[in-house]
Design a protein around this ligand. Structure first.
Ligand SMILES: Cc1ncc(COP(=O)(O)O)c(C=O)c1O
Length: 446
């Protein structure tokens, strides 16, 4: 099929209903600030930072210029047995932003690679300490850690797992989901307070079942992003940290969404005051402009891996892992320009402030509309949960997403939720427009 000046017969679209897309395509050809231009000349407001990436807004000159300059200076260099100056500088900048002794950055190119890298580090670290039997991973229901086999295995989104059967990692368990749809349907800029201790299940069922001495790591998103912005109960992450410490289990925070400003802080770890042993990042680190991801490990993990090799010859590699594009100089230059811009424009603080504006607008404008059964907002993100259509899970949110797009607003359907997470440069008028359009669509699709 030919469509204006491109043919759509050869791209298999990711996480997209391909057949209906090709009948009614949504194709971006340009972007600036808060807006896209589509192939048919429409302006579309980016209400989701293009999948949580574009914190500083689109087409930011300092980032573009840094990339152009880097291309003319060092376009690429092998990442194995050599490195490049940009990778060291970017790692230093990222380590300086990370809390505690999270100081050692292993670069990769995506959140999925970060998830698998962190799981591999966990196994290698325990083996280096003489505890190679620690090979059980604990994730959480509805967690999302990308699409690699490791990330999928510890992830807990059923549709992403269901066709992969025995190919998923065998020694994995999942903690229960963190949402109470009755007591905590509506949460605005706060942490839900649970009467029940939701982590008793980890202590009383999961740990004894596997024996804590066999468990390598627990991996969680501080806030469950892809599932639909589900917030951890108050004190949950602190208690999870204590349980992991008690049993020598590594705690991994997957901050691919919560990292670099979304919560109004550098990381979700800062927001919740809990330092993990590894922190995974991607997306906003380059403002989405060029793929870059990574795992920030503690000095302890790095030193253990180095010390375990103290007796090996100088040419021995301590960790057999890496990607051709680990620490790509152009991506690292983009990251430094992005982080510089975030700082110069105080964008994390702004994200925190605009998060309250977004939360006010979502709760004020959408609570009580037909089919709305919950609204959760924290940081610069919110989710509106809609009643499921009988026999057609996810249909209502998808229909609302499609209708909003037709009205020039990009939101994200996630299960039964509509998720809104605009760039940190968002203005009040943009938020009002997003919420009005979502409200109209919800009424049409009630
Ligand atoms: C928490 C989390 N981890 C991992 C990923 C996977 O990242 P990528 O799509 O870059 O592989 C995502 C993507 O949304 C994510 O939200």
């Amino acid at each position: 099929m030919a469509y204006p000046d491109f043919n759509m017969d050869h791209q298999w679209l990711p996480f997209t209903p391909n057949r209906s897309f090709k009948k009614d395509p949504r194709v971006f050809v340009k972007a600036d600030g808060m807006f896209f231009t589509t192939h048919d000349g429409k302006q579309v407001l980016d209400g989701i930072s293009s999948l949580w990436c574009v914190g500083a807004g689109h087409n930011r000159k300092p980032i573009n210029e840094a990339i152009k300059k880097q291309l003319d200076t060092l376009d690429y260099a092998t990442a194995f047995q050599a490195s490049n100056d940009q990778a060291f500088k970017a790692a230093e900048m990222i380590a300086a932003m990370a809390p505690g002794d999270l100081n050692q950055v292993l670069f990769c190119n995506s959140g999925s690679e970060a998830a698998d890298t962190s799981l591999k580090v966990a196994l290698a670290y325990h083996r280096a300490r003489g505890e190679g039997h620690r090979n059980v991973f604990i994730g959480r229901e509805k967690g999302y850690h990308g699409v690699g086999f490791g990330g999928m295995s510890v992830g807990g989104i059923p549709a992403n797992r269901k066709v992969y059967g025995a190919a998923l990692l065998p020694r994995v368990d999942h903690m229960r989901f963190i949402h109470d749809p009755v007591k905590h349907a509506y949460i605005h800029g706060a942490e839900p307070v649970w009467e029940e201790d939701i982590l008793l299940e980890l202590e009383q069922r999961i740990l004894p079942l596997h024996d804590p001495s066999n468990i390598a790591a627990v991996i969680v998103e501080p806030v469950s992003g892809s599932a639909g912005w589900y917030l951890p109960p108050k004190g949950y992450l602190k208690r999870l940290r204590e349980i992991c410490d008690k049993h020598g289990i590594l705690l991994i925070f997957d901050e691919v969404i919560t990292g670099f400003g979304r919560m109004g802080t550098n990381f979700g770890a800062d927001y919740y005051g809990v330092v993990p042993d590894m922190l995974n990042f991607a997306k906003a680190v380059t403002n989405g402009v060029i793929p870059l991801g990574g795992v920030i490990c503690t000095d302890r993990i790095y030193n253990t891996m180095m010390d375990a090799n103290a007796g090996s010859p100088a040419h021995a590699i301590e960790f057999f892992h890496g990607y051709t594009y680990s620490g790509h100089p152009v991506a690292c230059a983009a990251a430094m320009a992005t982080l510089g811009l975030f700082k110069e424009e105080n964008l994390f603080e702004r994200a925190g402030e605009m998060g309250m504006v977004l939360g006010d607008a979502l709760h004020g404008g959408l609570k009580g509309l037909p089919s709305v059964i919950g609204i959760r907002s924290l940081g610069l993100a919110g989710a509106v949960e809609l009643a499921s259509v009988a026999g057609a899970p996810g249909k209502r949110a998808y229909d609302v997403f499609m209708d909003c797009f037709k009205q020039g607003v990009l939101v994200r359907p996630a299960g039964e939720n509509i998720v809104i997470c605009p760039p940190y440069i968002v203005e009040k008028e943009h938020i009002e427009r997003i919420v009005n359009v979502v409200g109209e669509s919800i009424k049409k699709n009630a």
